[in-house]
Design a protein around this ligand. Structure first.
Ligand code: ADP
Ligand code: ASP
Ligand code: MG
Length: 402
């Protein structure tokens, strides 16, 4: 059996945890399995590297930032291989260019395109545990790229797909996927199974337990995932196509604080305005989320939308620069906002779900700034300082607790 095992930053944060992971991998190896290990940078290394970069240059070139961030994962894999060596088990660490893991060119948000598997296969046949850097790749210029924060999950799933692995296990610092972030909602319940579609919504709406692209990829290639703790032996959560368990109306609540609102005020009420605004942003690779357009009044209307916090300044600069072209009278923004979402494949045909969510927020005196819905989720934009309280209130209203 070929197993891909991914361990996040907190699972390899220090010497004891590195040996803990090494031993868990060796257990599998000694049962006769082929073991591929994917690691993140130790603890908060990536945050530390980003802070260092900004000390030197508040706006570091993206290529150089990736060059820097890619070092974090390289430290983890080298130390892990040394730990396995100390325990008497043959292993080899490989970075993205040694593998090679080919990505698109976009530094900081590269997409995995193709993984060469020869070197890995060769090392596995030589009976070694193969330890690979998560989060990084190489582009067509042979430069190092990174996949976006949390991207090591995606590396693991991509490797599992490319190697036709029999299992892909994501080890983290919680026991699995819960009905809400267990650090914010202490009585959140662990889900035994969750479907790709629901997990994709969870991940895209802020539950960082899995990188959203890893779920997309798992769905596309049919890679079944297990999310579980590296610190205990609890069973974890299975992420797969269809779940046999009862369809919950609402399966969970997610929050995302990395969001800012922008309003383009008083644009002309005529064809092409929305196109001009969002085309401008698309050309600059700025992702837009919730979009609301007001009903036109006296030839004018407003368009509001959300972007990630780190894109706020660039977006405002762009819109102000093109104010005349997009016919705007004014552009405003708000940074201290957050998104709160409920997710559930069962809510499609249930009009009461939205009302119940809004009632819970009303009872907690929390004001809703924007609303967006899809077949399996409802998202509201609220004040950032209300979001943890809102999460607990809504979780309670839907009886999601243990
Ligand atoms: P790793 O470093 O292992 O990749 P992350 O910090 O990226 O770990 O993801 C794990 C964290 O995700 C948990 O510590 C938890 O706070 C958070 N989280 C958010 N939503 C959920 C959820 N619904 N279920 C479980 N964990 C969640
Ligand atoms: N080390 C990277 C990060 O902190 C990737 C990851 O942990 O998945 O974002
Ligand atoms: Mg992560």
């Amino acid at each position: 059996m070929l197993v891909v095992k991914k361990f996040g930053g907190s699972s390899v944060a220090d010497k004891e945890r590195i040996f803990n992971v090494a031993k868990r991998c060796i257990e599998d190896y000694e049962k006769g399995n082929q073991v591929v290990v994917v690691l993140s940078a130790m603890g908060k290394t990536t945050d530390g590297l980003i802070a260092k970069a900004h000390e030197i240059n508040p706006n570091p070139p993206k290529r150089e930032l990736d060059m820097l961030l890619a070092t974090g994962e390289q430290v983890s894999v080298a130390l892990m291989s040394m730990a396995m060596n100390a325990l008497g088990v043959p292993s080899v660490s490989l970075n993205a260019s040694q593998v090679a893991m080919h990505t698109s060119s976009a530094y900081g948000m590269a997409k995995l395109k193709k993984i060469d598997t020869e070197r890995i296969q060769h090392e596995l046949e030589a009976k070694k545990i193969v330890i690979i850097t998560g989060f990084q790749g190489i582009n067509k210029y042979d430069d190092l790229t990174t996949l976006g924060r949390g991207g090591s999950d995606t590396t693991a799933v991509a490797l599992a797909a490319a190697l036709h692995a029999d299992a892909c296990e994501i080890y983290t610092d919680v026991d699995g996927v819960y009905t809400a972030d267990p650090r914010i909602v202490p009585d959140a319940r662990k889900l035994l199974e969750v479907s790709y579609d629901e997990m994709l919504e969870f991940a895209s709406l802020g539950a960082k337990v899995l990188h959203n692209r890893s779920v997309e990829m798992a769905k596309r290639y049919g890679v079944q995932l297990v999310v579980r703790s590296s610190l205990n032996r609890e069973e974890g959560t299975i992420v797969k196509e269809e779940t046999k368990l009862e369809r919950m109306l609402v399966s969970g609540v997610a929050a995302d604080k990395n969001v800012a609102r922008i309003s383009v005020i008083g644009v002309k009420n005529e064809p092409g305005v929305a196109f001009k605004i969002f085309n401008l942003l698309a050309k600059h690779n700025i992702n837009v989320d919730i979009i609301i357009q007001s009903i036109g009044r006296e030839e004018r209307k407003d368009i509001s939308f959300t972007v990630a916090k780190q894109d706020l300044k660039e977006t405002m600069d762009l819109l102000n620069e093109h104010k005349d072209g997009i016919t705007a009278q004014n552009v405003t923004s708000e940074e201290d906002v957050a998104k709160l979402s409920i997710i559930g494949a069962g809510m499609t045909s249930n009009p009461g779900v939205a009302a119940k969510m809004f009632e819970a927020l009303y009872n907690a005196n929390i004001n809703i700034k924007m609303i967006a819905t899809s077949e399996i989720r409802i998202t509201v934009l609220i004040h950032e300082e209300d979001v943890n309280r809102a999460m607990r209130t809504v979780h309670d209203a839907f009886d999601l607790a243990d």
